[in-house]
Design a protein around this ligand. Structure first.
Ligand SMILES: [Zn+2]
Length: 475
């Protein structure tokens, strides 16, 4: 985390996975879930009538990590000057399994301009078995790059926005899937313990037990309420093991470094399954977020756009603890509290379909449904947001100035919980609920606060602030 940020082009790597592994049984009550037989039937459930595919042979249309990297380079060659493939390579050039974390930047601006534009961030496959999430992330890349120049809206977004996609946040875990552990969830680091027992026996190509350890759940490893005694899992053999300490994992450290530097305005982490749009709080006793009303507004907007797979209706939305279960140490929680990113999780697909829904039937409908939601979020960056720069009287940027938005007491009014913090170039950009009056306050150490009444209609509002020093300068 201390080194200079460095991004090198991704190399397609030979798999060199030496660390060890475990697998768990998913014990979800799939059979008890009602489905509409017109939409989903036994044929959607993979071999032996169980959810999803049960062998790597049946998994084939899904991609391995080397295949994902090849695809990214293929897209990159097709769209030079529009997308670039990077490696999130600091502080660790590679994961324990020897992989680089590939990241795609879609933008028309030079990378030096990133600090003057909003960054939107998408990732997927934090949990290895949730393979449809990766397809959605790959579709975002393909859709945006193919539509640029043809679709006026997409073209406008990319002209003004930096869109980053990490399609595989857990490449070592994806390697484990292709070694036959189709229920693999965690990464494959040496932490943790191998879960002995009959779970392993159900797979035919299991390596020797001595070759196997367990890994850490990357989405429990972030330093956000990590040590919540009631909610985090300390047992190394558990499939949601939080790790030996916060941010113990290379994947976590690298993504934290990258995200802290670029402070995304908005983000979606794609998971499966559950048909939910989720946002912090992770547990009920955490502090209410200053932008809770914005979270709820955007979650509803996105959730109502995604039809369910096997039943009538659209995705439910709400806070993790109320709609899914209580959860701490998540990337989304850390981003919302530390970076002020409007960060969501979307749980794709009906639970009935299992971890790897039949690709031929479900891949295209799933990515198409997800498009409506992520496009809504990218669009909101330019329809209902506040943005601009904060500088001093000499026009020098004021880094990390805090912005507070209050709305008749509904949203934060305190510097202790700002709605956003300007980046190192003094640029700020945050989404808010449109068609409302607000009071916007700007605070920075050594400067007189600015208080301004603002009305947000259905167009983003640019406000550049020049802050006056607390002490008069000698002329
Ligand atoms: Zn997940």
């Amino acid at each position: 985390m201390r080194k200079l940020f460095r991004m090198s082009h991704v190399l397609v790597l030979a798999l060199a996975l030496t660390s060890a592994l475990s697998a768990e049984n998913a014990a979800a009550p799939y059979d008890s879930l009602p489905v509409d037989p017109a939409l989903c039937g036994p044929e959607d459930r993979g071999e032996e009538g169980k959810p999803g595919v049960l062998s790597t042979a049946g998994l084939a249309p899904y991609k391995s990590y080397p295949e994902v990297l090849q695809l990214l380079h293929q897209y990159g060659r097709k769209h030079p000057g529009l997308m670039t493939v990077y490696s999130i390579a600091d502080p660790h050039p590679k994961t324990e399994g020897g992989n680089e974390i590939g990241a795609v930047r879609i933008s028309k601006a030079p990378i030096s301009e990133m600090f003057k534009r909003p960054v939107v961030y998408f990732n997927a496959l934090q949990h290895a078995r949730e393979m449809m999430s990766m397809e959605v992330a790959l579709d975002i890349i393909q859709y945006l790059t193919d539509s640029y120049g043809d679709d006026a809206q997409v073209t406008d977004w990319i002209d003004k926005t930096d869109i980053w996609v990490v399609p595989v946040a857990n490449p070592d875990g994806l390697d484990m899937i292709w070694r036959g552990f189709l229920n693999w969830r965690k990464n494959a680091s040496a932490y943790g313990a191998f879960a002995h027992g009959n779970v392993m026996a159900s797979y035919s190509n299991v390596p020797a037990a001595s070759d196997v350890s367990a890994g850490v759940d990357l989405n429990r490893n972030y330093p956000y309420d990590w040590d919540n005694q009631e909610q985090s899992t300390k047992k190394p053999e558990s499939e949601d093991y939080r790790g030996p300490q916060p941010a113990s994992e290379r994947e976590t450290q690298n993504l934290m470094y990258f995200l802290s530097k670029y402070k995304p305005v908005a983000a979606i982490s794609f998971h499966t399954n559950g048909e939910l749009v989720l946002y912090p709080r992770g547990v009920k006793d955490q502090a209410q977020l200053p932008n809770e009303t914005t979270y709820r507004y955007m979650a509803r907007k996105m959730g109502e756009l995604i039809p369910k797979d096997c039943t009538e209706g659209t995705y439910r939305y709400g806070e993790f603890w109320s709609e899914l279960y209580s959860v701490v140490g998540t990337e989304t929680g850390w981003m919302s509290s530390n970076l002020h990113t409007l960060a969501f999780v979307i749980e794709l697909n009906a639970p009935y379909l299992g971890w790897q829904p039949r690709y031929e039937k479900w891949r295209d409908p799933t990515v198409r449904k997800a498009r409506a939601a992520w496009k809504q979020l990218v669009g909101s960056v330019w329809t209902n947001s506040f943005y601009g720069t904060i500088s001093n009287s000499k026009r020098q940027p004021i880094a990390n100035a805090k912005l507070v938005l209050s709305d008749a007491g509904l949203q934060s009014a305190s510097t202790a919980s700002p709605i956003y913090e300007a980046n190192s170039a003094g640029y700020y950009h945050f989404i808010a609920v449109p068609n409302r009056r607000y009071t916007l306050k700007v605070f920075a150490d050594g400067y007189q606060p600015i208080v301004q009444d603002v009305v947000l209609d259905s167009r983003s509002q640019k406000n550049d602030f020049e802050m006056r020093s607390l002490v008069e300068e000698v002329p």
